[in-house]
Ligand binder design. Structure first.
Ligand code: HEM
Length: 404
């Protein structure tokens, strides 16, 4: 997908970062340097049946921002904003300056760098826009989970915007542009910045690692799975039991989860591996095999104990333990310096997409909050649930089926 276009075609294909080829680390030779424009030139179409930024492999930089409508904006103002935002996102996804703006140069030297912009609606926006009859019942507030330590000022919001790109300047510029375009109609409520591995950093494409050092993302639903679409995207009404405007859409859960890294780093490798249920080095399940070997939850050690412990994260979170519940996780690491006590303010900006949060995220998090060994090492600090409409057709805008 992403590196087709300039990168896939030219002689730099062998250096296409993050998609099969790679640049040799420590040998940033002339050919390697020549690969940089190819990375920047890669693009992801904004228009399509689903919004971009859900099924695409993760880019390396994230800006997540929630906005609240300014008083008096209402449905006409929201409609105008979604039109402006969609036109700007479509232009920037092609590396163009958004219509009506003189560019500030921040990102003009790079291409779109696989920029994706994903828009979501939070529950409060429906009443503010006079659209309560259209609010999905799935968008009810998430239940309070035991041990939640949520900061409401950094949770929720009327609108949610996820910006991802493979260049940090491109990502910042897109987020900043959307913020400028919202002036007068919506103001930022909170903003968070995340990162994952730089494209091309590893000798071969591999699943990313989180800040605890674990390979994270292995057992995600895959687009090639027969039930992938039904797990991630809302089917057409009336079969879905959801409003018609949500067809092709999804629900995003966003949680800022701080990691207690000072405590985690004191644990032995064995404790860390039993906490997750996978080996740290290669991500293989403790039931044996390689990273991609299915986890055998029934497997026993010679002494009769479970190979994957009863409270291991992968056991408690697995679809098999949750009536088949599944979600597409697309989380990013964050690091915002130090807390007053000197510990790192760092962790996971957990993002997951699913067709129905009440059968996806909610039962899994309920179970994790009660019996997950990992919960001793993390604190959930903020939370949001957003209805992510289907993608905009060419010439259309995100949310059109709701707002027109
Ligand atoms: C699996 C880490 C929070 C749901 C995993 C794996 C790791 C991991 C290392 C194994 C590799 C993989 O399959 O991706 C973490 C960390 C978290 C966190 C560090 C918090 C900081 C959550 C939350 C949820 C969740 C909040 C959902 C409520 C899952 C699921 C799996 C998984 C569904 C796959 C289980 C399977 O089918 O094998 N996580 N996770 N995780 N996690 Fe988490």
């Amino acid at each position: 997908r992403r590196l087709l276009g300039a990168a896939g075609a030219g002689g730099a294909a062998g250096l296409a970062l993050g998609a099969g080829g790679y640049a040799l680390v420590g040998q940033r030779s002339a050919p390697a340097a020549a690969a940089a424009p190819a990375l920047g030139a890669a693009s992801v179409p904004f228009h399509g049946p689903h919004q971009a930024g859900i099924v695409e492999p993760m880019q390396s930089a994230l800006h997540a921002t929630a906005f609240d409508l300014t008083p008096g904006t209402g449905r006409p103002g929201l409609t105008a904003l979604m039109k402006r935002w969609s036109a700007a996102a479509a232009a920037m996804a092609e590396g163009r300056t958004p219509p009506g703006l003189s560019d500030d140069q921040v990102a003009l030297d790079a291409g779109p760098s696989s920029l994706t912009v994903t828009f979501g609606f939070g529950a409060p926006v429906f009443a503010k826009a006079g659209l309560t009859a259209q609010q999905p019942d799935r968008l009810a507030p998430l239940p309070a989970f035991p041990e939640d330590r949520l900061d409401r000022a950094r949770s929720d919001g009327d609108l949610w915007v996820q910006v991802c790109a493979d260049d940090p300047l491109v990502a910042f510029h897109a987020m900043r542009t959307l913020q400028r375009l919202a002036a007068g109609q919506a103001a930022p409520r909170w903003q968070m910045t995340g990162f994952s591995r730089a494209p091309g950093a590893t000798a071969r494409p591999m699943t990313g690692r989180n800040l605890m050092g674990q390979i994270d993302g292995t057992n995600n639903p895959k687009p090639s799975d027969a039930d992938f679409a039904s797990r991630v995207f809302v089917p057409a009404a009336p079969a879905s039991g959801q409003p018609a405007w949500m067809a092709g859409g999804s629900y995003a859960v966003f949680r800022r989860i701080r990691m207690l890294l000072d405590t985690w780093d004191l644990q032995s490798r064995e404790v860390q591996e039993r906490t997750i249920g996978r080996r740290k080095g290669d991500g293989a399940p403790l039931s044996g095999g390689t990273e991609t070997t299915p986890v055998d939850l029934a497997k026993q050690n010679p002494d009769g104990s479970l190979a994957v412990p009863g409270d291991a994260h992968v056991r408690v979170a697995a679809p098999a333990s949750n009536q088949g519940a599944a979600m597409l996780r697309r989380g990013y690491s964050y690091h915002d310096g130090l807390r007053p006590d000197g510990s790192p303010d760092a962790g996971l900006l957990f993002v997951c997409f699913q067709a129905d949060p009440l059968t996806g995220f909610v039962p899994v998090q309920r179970k994790l909050a009660r019996g997950d060994a990992l919960s001793r090492f993390v604190v959930h600090e903020s939370s949001g649930l957003y209805a992510v409409p289907g993608g905009a057709p060419a010439g259309g805008y995100v949310g059109q089926a709701l707002l027109e």
